[in-house]
Design a protein around this ligand. Structure first.
Ligand code: AMP
Length: 455
C-alpha cells in the first residue's frame, strides 16, 4: 500500500514524499481513510508506530478547505506534556510545509501574552496541554465552539497524570457534532469509560507495539544494595563498563530522584542532562535537544516526562528504579532497539519489592530476564571508559533541579561521612565520588572523624 491510496491531498503527498517515507505504517494505513471520511477513530497505538502522522496528515488535507476565525480554533489537539505538544507542532511544520496554516501551541511554562496574540489572529490548529488550555478559556480568551475536530493523544498518560477531569470538561466545551480522534497505548477501565462517553460510533484501529523493540533489545537485571547510594554506585559501574554505549536514558520512578541522580552523575563527571516535570519549559526543551543532538550522553528522566518522546537510536536504557507498572517497562525499553537496531536495557534490582515488580514485568512480556554480573568497582580501565563517554566540553548549567550548575562546597562534611561509610563497606569510591550528594551536615563532628581500620 502506498500513501497515494489513502485519499490524502496532493500537497500532503508531496510533503510526505519529501520526508522519504516509503509506505504508510499500519496505524496510518488503518486510520487515515476513516479520518478523511469524518469518522471518530479510537487508535490503540503507542509512540513509534507513526501515530502522529496518522492524524496530522488527514487533518492537513481537511484543513485545506475553510479558514480560521479569531479566537475560534478549527481543530484542537490535546497532549499530556509540553514536549509532546511541541513534537506535534514540529510534525505540522514538517508535513504542512506546502500549507499556509496557522498552528498555535498553548502549553504551560511560557508566557500567556504571545499565546494570546496568536489566538486573537485565529488558528487552524491549536495544540495544547489541558491545564493551560482551560486557563485561557477561563480568562475568556478562547472559544471552543468552532472546533470541528478534536484529537486526544496519549490518553492513558493523561490518566496517569490526573488530566481526565480536564479532558471531560474540554470534551463538553467543544461542539457535540465535532469529529474525535482518540489515541491511547492501553485501554484501562477509566479510558474505556471516556471513549464510551465521548466517541460516536468510533472505528477501532489497533496496532501492536513495534515488534522490533523486544526482539532486538538485550534485557538484563543487575543486582544492587538497597539504598540509593548503593544503587548510584551500581549504576556508575554499569555505565562505565558498558560496551558500545553511545547514549543512554536512565529512568527513575520519581521526579525528585531524577534531580538527585542527575546531580550525582554530574558530580561524577558524566555527560548528563535531566528531564522531569518540575523543570521549566525552556530547560526541558534544551535538555532534550542536547540529548537528541548527542551533545550529552546520558539523560535521566521520569516516565511522565519521557513518555511519547521521539528520540531515535538510543543504545542503552537503565532502569535506576524498577518501574511500578509493568507497562512502563515496555515503554521505557521501547526507547532502544528501534528500527531493527540493537539495544541494551538494564534494570537495577534492589530488594524483594523490586524482585516482585520484575516478576510482574516478566509475566507481561512473556520472557524471563537474565541476571548479569555487575562489574567490580571502578578501576583504571573503567576510568578510561568513563572518559570515553564524557563530553568534550562540560554541559552548560541549566535552570532545572535545585543546585544544578551551582558550585559545590569543596569536600563537604556529608561527603566525608559518605566516603567513610563506603570505605567501611569495603567499597571503592573514585576520586570524583568524594563529593557525592546527601545532607549529613547535622551529624556531630565526632561521627565524621576517620575511623582507623585494621589492615
Ligand atoms: P510517532 O509514533 O508518531 O511518534 O512516530 C515515530 C517516528 O516514525 C517519527 O520519527 C516519524 O517521523 C516516523 N514515521 C512516521 N510515519 C512514518 C512512515 N510512514 N515511514 C517511516 N517513518 C515514519
Amino acid at each position: 500500500m502506498s500513501f497515494s491510496h489513502l485519499g490524502l491531498s496532493e500537497r500532503v503527498l508531496a510533503a510526505v514524499a519529501a520526508t522519504g517515507y516509503k509506505a504508510p505504517t499500519p496505524i496510518q494505513e488503518q486510520a487515515i481513510p476513516h479520518v478523511l471520511a469524518r469518522r471518530d477513530v479510537l487508535g490503540i497505538a503507542q509512540t513509534g508506530t507513526g501515530k502522529t502522522a496518522a492524524f496530522v496528515l488527514p487533518m492537513l488535507t481537511m484543513l485545506e478547505q475553510g479558514r480560521a476565525r479569531a479566537r475560534m480554533p478549527r481543530t484542537l489537539i490535546l497532549e499530556p506534556t509540553r514536549e509532546l505538544a511541541a513534537q506535534v507542532e514540529e510534525s505540522f511544520a514538517k508535513y504542512g510545509a506546502n500549507h499556509k496554516l496557522t498552528v498555535a501551541l498553548i502549553i504551560g511554562g511560557v508566557s500567556f501574552g504571545d499565546q494570546d496574540i496568536k489566538l486573537t489572529r485565529g488558528v487552524d490548529v491549536l495544540i495544547a496541554t489541558p491545564g493551560r488550555l482551560l486557563d485561557h478559556f477561563e480568562r475568556g480568551r478562547l472559544l471552543l465552539t468552532g472546533v470541528e475536530l478534536l484529537v486526544i493523544d496519549e490518553a492513558d498518560r493523561m490518566l496517569d497524570m490526573g488530566f481526565i477531569p480536564d479532558i471531560e470538561r474540554i470534551c463538553k466545551l467543544v461542539p457535540f457534532t465535532r469529529q474525535t480522534l482518540f489515541f491511547t497505548a492501553t485501554m484501562p477501565a477509566e479510558i474505556r469509560r471516556i471513549t464510551d462517553q465521548f466517541l460516536h460510533n468510533p472505528v477501532r484501529c489497533e496496532v501492536s507495539r513495534p515488534a522490533t523493540t523486544v526482539a532486538t533489545t538485550t534485557q538484563l537485571l543487575a543486582k544492587s544494595g538497597r539504598d540509593d547510594f548503593d544503587k548510584r554506585d551500581t549504576l556508575r559501574r554499569l555505565i562505565r563498563s558498558a560496551e558500545g554505549l553511545k547514549n543512554a536514558i536512565i529512568f527513575c520512578n520519581r521526579k525528585r530522584d531524577v534531580a538527585t541522580l542527575y546531580r550525582s552523575l554530574l558530580r561524577h563527571h558524566f555527560s548528563v542532562q535531566a528531564l522531569h516535570g518540575d523543570m521549566d519549559q525552556p530547560a526541558r526543551m534544551a535538555a532534550l535537544e542536547q540529548f537528541r543532538k548527542g551533545e550529552v550522553t546520558l539523560l535521566v528522566a521520569s516516565d511522565v516526562a519521557a513518555r511519547g518522546l521521539d528520540i531515535p537510536d538510543v543504545s542503552h536504557i537503565y532502569n535506576f528504579d524498577v518501574p511500578m507498572h509493568p507497562d512502563d517497562y515496555v515503554h521505557r525499553i521501547g526507547r532502544t532497539g528501534r528500527a531493527g537496531r540493537s539495544g541494551t536495557a538494564i534494570t537495577i534490582v534492589a530488594g524483594t519489592n523490586d524482585a516482585k515488580a520484575v516478576a510482574a514485568i516478566e509475566s507481561l512480556i512473556g520472557q524471563t530476564i537474565a541476571w548479569m554480573n555487575v562489574p567490580a568497582a571502578a578501576g583504571p580501565a573503567a576510568t578510561t571508559q568513563h572518559r570515553n563517554i564524557a563530553p568534550h566540553k562540560a554541559p552548560r548549567p541549566n535552570s532545572h533541579g535545585r543546585g544544578d550548575g551551582r558550585r559545590q562546597p569543596h569536600r563537604p562534611a556529608a561527603s566525608m561521612a559518605r566516603t567513610e561509610t563506603a570505605r567501611k563497606r569495603g567499597g571503592h569510591e573514585p576520586a570524583a565520588a568524594r563529593t557525592d550528594e546527601g545532607d549529613a551536615s547535622h551529624l556531630p563532628a565526632f561521627l565524621l572523624r576517620p575511623v582507623p581500620q585494621k589492615a
